[in-house]
Design a protein around this ligand. Structure first.
Ligand SMILES: [Zn+2]
Ligand SMILES: [Zn+2]
Length: 740
């Protein structure tokens, strides 16, 4: 007989520590082996109750045994992680300097993270509960609860019980170990899927090009961990390559993790999967209900479904027999989480590939500088698809110099002429402008008063169709006063140009054309974006006005002209990555034109036609452009030639934020024996947002180890000398933007 209490290590989301010690409930003490690592438990935490993840037993605790509290309830029978995903979470916590409990819960579908009273578990009475019944006052709720459970002879669902009993009654009974709850979802005895490739794969109705075939052969041969950077110009048939490789993985009864930037914006990828594989595809993205997310996640965990297509957080899905990881559009910024644990799903995909010993494919037409650099330094293998499939030609890029040119509300005459020409040929035209609304600001013509959002100190954007001013940083809106509050003038003019203004102007110039505007404002209703895409495919639209939403992976067969209204924002930005992102955006937008046999044209309006970036893209290609930028980064020792992290701080009190970061920087500089460059503090590009001042401290070092070591010291410092409560802080390792 064991007499010593079992001490359980539980990871609970908390800013300072990775795990906490608890006692095993008495009911479980006789068979402690029943608790597998990676299940959820409900634990008392301060005055609250929290869900934590059980990590294992320990023989001693830094606290006295009498001070330890017992676990309230065990919520699962089986681990929610595979050994690999558990290791991945531990890596994530360590590398991104984020508490393990938070990472472990982030890795679960939303439903499993919710507080216990939302659980769909089943409740049973314990032996202790049965023994307890005669001793309780019959008038109490607890008596009724135990009586009902005892009579039921089987389990009752938590939700059923909630109809009669309060959460308090239920939780108290659980804390006293009179009842226990078990989650329904954790049954592990389900039939595993087993597919043979012929039945599930619909062969394509075309043959691969020799270039595609070569790449497919290379990828199929790889059975163990290796990272491939698949660089395929838009229209080169990357997706077909993925499908062929995925087919060979499924034939081995292994599963596939396919990460995409934003499923809501690329519904076509799911349709293409469904068209080619005769089996249901699991999905994980924020547009799904939490129940649907849980269902698909479980099917992957039970190996009932073999393909998971998901966004960022899907990198943690527990595939028991994983064979391949694909990250499509690997350059896309949305793979990076920017709040909480700032992980990069692309980078973690590579880590996971190494843990699971499976190949990883990173695909893009415009690969990130990091990945290109890793081809040289980390042994990524670069595979190229240089030719467009079929007779499609690479579109011609034309720069329109705006200097000294008269503009017709944002449109130059060469652009207007080109639109007319393509309209005459019954082709589609896309006009790209990454700015919603009618005008980015208003000004009083008489006294130069500008309406600004006082929470962000930035101009309001004028949304004419809503007849409102709106702040694009905090979401605040207000009606436009038609008279200047400062000088009573009625001369309020709009300055600059957004998608709405371009729409109005195009409707005036091309009154017979069907014009469709696609931005976040026009696609607010669920399903409206899909409907608009259909309209384009049915050729019901002549001119499409779009924002970034349209730059991602869409295939419009009849589109032959792309117009970029304003290429200049990003050319001279304080963020050193702005040029990279602008180049990627221009190439991606240009790639929408001429994907069928017709020659595509791309017009780019700019005030800086001689800018080396635009010249390189114009005369050469993305590859030359990336080489140029890499050289610049090398000269400045910026990432990927160094390792960086940002300490992000926000506070409603500017002084508190500054003092805290100044102190931190001073302390770091004082004991800086570890070759860490510290820049700042300096304000974030958006200095104030929703009433919070945003300040940054930039840490940089030539090696990853030194940078990691520096972050370690700085986190210890912050934990020891806590900032004032008005200050919120976070650390972003390998940041991709200066925004908070
Ligand atoms: Zn005025
Ligand atoms: Zn605002």
């Amino acid at each position: 007989m064991k007499t010593e209490p079992m001490i359980c290590q539980v990871a609970v989301p908390s800013p300072c520590f990775n795990s906490f010690d608890y006692l095993l409930p008495n009911t479980l003490a006789s068979h402690p082996d029943d608790l597998p690592k990676g299940i959820r438990v409900l634990v008392p935490f301060g005055r609250q109750e929290k869900i934590g993840i059980f990590l294992g037993y320990t023989s001693s605790s830094s606290l006295a045994i009498e001070k330890l509290k017992p676990i309230i309830a065990v919520l699962d029978n089986h681990s929610l992680y595979t050994p690999s995903t558990l290791t991945l979470c531990q890596f994530t916590s360590h590398y991104y300097h984020h508490p393990l409990g938070d990472v472990l819960l982030t890795a679960l579908p939303k439903r499993l993270r919710q507080p216990v009273h939302h659980l769909t578990g089943s409740v049973t009475i314990t032996q202790k509960g049965i023994d307890h019944i005669p001793a309780i006052n019959r008038k109490t709720k607890q008596y009724q609860l135990l009586r009902q459970l005892h009579r039921a002879c089987s389990t009752l669902s938590y939700q059923q019980l909630q109809e009669t009993f309060s959460n308090r009654t239920l939780n108290t009974a659980m804390a006293q170990e009179l009842i226990k709850i078990q989650s329904k979802h954790s049954s592990n005895h389900v039939k595993m899927a087993s597919y043979t490739s012929k039945r599930i794969f619909q062969a394509p109705d075309f043959t691969l090009t020799s270039e595609q075939q070569h790449v497919v052969d290379m990828l199929k041969r790889q059975k163990t961990f290796k990272t491939f950077l698949l660089v395929g110009v838009t229209g080169s048939g990357k997706t077909e390559v993925y499908f062929q490789v995925i087919q060979s993985i499924l034939a081995q009864n292994k599963s596939v993790l396919f990460l995409v930037p934003e499923i809501g914006l690329t519904p076509q990828i799911i349709q293409r999967f469904q068209a080619r594989f005769n089996l249901p595809i699991a999905m994980l993205h924020s547009g799904m209900s939490s129940q649907a997310q849980l269902t698909d996640w479980e099917k992957i965990k039970n190996h009932q479904l073999l393909i998971m297509v998901g966004t960022r957080s899907a990198v943690f899905t527990p595939h028991p027999n994983l064979g391949l990881i694909v990250v499509d559009e690997e350059h896309d910024l949305s793979f990076k989480q920017t709040v909480g644990c700032c992980y990069s799903a692309r980078d973690l995909a590579v880590v996971r590939g190494r843990i699971e010993n499976v190949p990883v494919i990173l695909g893009s037409a415009t690969p990130s500088l990091e990945s290109l650099h890793n081809v040289n330094t980390k042994g990524y293998e670069r595979l190229n698809l240089t030719k467009r499939v079929g007779s499609a030609m690479t579109p011609q890029l034309k720069l329109v110099n705006l200097r000294g040119r008269k503009l017709n509300r944002g449109l130059s005459s060469p652009v207007i002429d080109a639109i007319q020409t393509h309209l005459d040929q019954k082709k589609q035209i896309m006009v790209f402008l990454n700015r919603r609304g009618f005008a980015p600001k208003m000004i009083c013509h008489d006294c130069s008063w500008i309406p600004i959002c006082t929470q962000c100190d930035l101009p309001y954007v004028w949304h004419k169709h809503l007849n409102r001013l709106s702040c694009h940083h905090c979401g605040a809106t207000q009606p436009l006063a038609h008279i200047c509050p400062q000088c009573d003038s009625s001369m309020l003019w709009d300055i600059g140009c957004g998608t709405e203004k371009i729409e109005t102007q195009l409707k005036k110039l091309f009154s017979r054309a069907n014009i469709l505007r696609i931005d976040r404002d026009s696609t607010r209703h669920k399903g409206s974006f899909n409907k608009m895409l259909e309209q384009i495919h049915e050729n019901e639209v002549d001119i499409i006005i779009g924002t970034q939403m349209l730059a991602k992976g869409h295939h419009f067969p009849n589109l032959t002209l792309t117009v970029v209204i304003d290429a200049d924002h990003g050319l001279y930005s304080q963020d050193f990555r702005a040029l990279e992102h602008l180049g990627q955006l221009l190439v991606q937008v240009a790639g929408r034109a001429g994907r069928n046999k017709d020659n595509g044209e791309v017009y780019v309006q700019t005030y800086y036609p001689r800018h080396p970036l635009l010249q390189t893209l114009l005369k050469k290609d993305y590859h030359a452009f990336a080489e140029y930028l890499l050289k610049k980064r090398y000269e400045a020792t910026l990432p990927p030639y160094s390792s960086a992290a940002l300490v992000k701080v926000k506070s409603k009190k500017l002084n508190d934020a500054c003092d805290f970061l100044n102190q931190l920087a001073a302390n770091m500089r004082q004991q800086n024996t570890h070759a860490l460059d510290i820049t700042g503090p300096f304000p974030a590009p958006i200095e104030k947002k929703a009433g919070y001042y945003q300040m940054l401290l930039w840490l940089q070092s030539t090696t990853k180890q030194q940078c990691q070591h520096g972050i370690q010291i700085i986190t210890e410092m912050i934990k020891k000398n806590k900032p004032p409560c008005s200050v919120r802080w976070n650390i972003d390792v390998d940041p991709i933007s200066m925004s908070i």
